[in-house]
Unconditional design. Sequence first.
Length: 132
Amino acid sequence: VLKLDGNLHLLKPVLAKYYDCKEDEIYFGYYDGQEICPYKIIIGDAYFKNIENASKLVKIYGNASFYESKISSLENLEEISGMAIFRKSKIKSLEKLKYVGGDVHFGDKIKVNNLEVGGKVFYDNMENFLQR
């Protein structure tokens, strides 16, 4: 049995090669950063309330909350493996987002293209739902 606790850093070179990125663009653990998210890959849950820019972000392997986030665009985000919350965020478009593994909570109108959702989809109000 391989024990990863304390040894996750050993996976970074392999993952960086697989995702065609630098090792310092991969984050392990609960992410709750400030202002700018420098990561392409987050492996763990992420909370983006204090983040203004996450333009590099491509994949989140965990839950993601953009509740009351200052981010206006997630132009490269392709996948969230867990639940996603976009309520009360400034995000208007998720055109590259193709997959959310859990439930998705939308607030105001957000443009999506061919989004596959593994759980349920929730909207703040029925008017937004009818306009999709």
